[in-house]
Design a protein around this ligand. Structure first.
Ligand SMILES: C[S@@+](CC[C@H](N)C(=O)[O-])C[C@H]1O[C@@H](n2cnc3c(N)ncnc32)[C@H](O)[C@@H]1O
Length: 191
């Protein structure tokens, strides 16, 4: 049996513990990130970024919550290929996006250059960021807060607190109760 088969068999036999950390760089994997990027930029699917209609409404909502974007600094955590970051920059926010998918960050930078948008993109793990009182708003979109292990949530909240200016706003989303009640755990293995 070759090594790949061994890993695969281990994978389907062992159920990981809730929030057990993986050693594989899922988001930054050469193969996975390619298909992930395709999913992100598909405006009609909710695969990795929500559908474009929903994104636009969210951007309007965020802008309204902040009384407009002009003159405000915004940090987009897990910005992916910059779908929100771009639209927020167009609303006048001074945007910084962080993501640890090299492919997504590269794509986001190319798009910003093409559209002449001044967005700062950083290839970085947001659990290791170190900003101090730099931002008026921080966003974390697509329920990613719930994906973090409890100890990582504590780290992130502390870092956000440190990165926000006094009176700054943290905006994040989560699954609604109805969705969670309807949630069923399933196993599915495909090749
Ligand atoms: C579900 S996607 C959402 C992307 C974007 N917020 C959106 O809605 O279009 C999650 C993103 O977070 C990034 N990500 C996850 N954990 C991260 C971390 N610790 N540091 C930086 N980026 C992270 C992934 O690379 C991925 O691009």
């Amino acid at each position: 049996m070759n090594n790949t088969n061994e890993i695969f068999l281990h994978f389907i036999k062992e159920t990981p513990k809730v929030y057990e950390k993986s050693t594989s760089a899922f988001w930054d994997d050469e193969h996975i990130s390619k298909y992930m990027l395709e999913a992100h930029i598909n405006p009609n699917e909710d695969g990795a970024t929500r559908k474009m209609d929903f994104v636009r409404k969210s951007v309007d909502w965020i802008t309204a919550c902040c009384n407009g974007g002009e003159g405000k600094t915004l940090l987009d955590l897990g910005c992916g290929p910059g779908i929100y970051a771009q639209q927020l920059a167009e609303k006048g926010f001074d945007v910084t996006g962080i993501d640890f998918s090299r492919r997504s960050i590269r794509y986001a930078q190319e798009q910003a250059a093409e559209k002449r948008l001044n967005i700062r993109y950083l290839y970085q793990n947001y659990l290791e960021m170190d900003f101090r009182e730099e931002f008026d708003i921080i966003i974390l979109i697509y329920c990613d807060y719930g994906v973090l292990a409890p100890e990582d949530r504590a780290v992130l909240l502390k870092k956000c607190r440190q990165a926000l200016k006094a009176g700054g706003i943290l905006i994040l989303d989560g699954w609604a109760d109805g969705f969670l009640r309807a949630f069923e755990e399933k196993d599915s293995v495909g090749y």
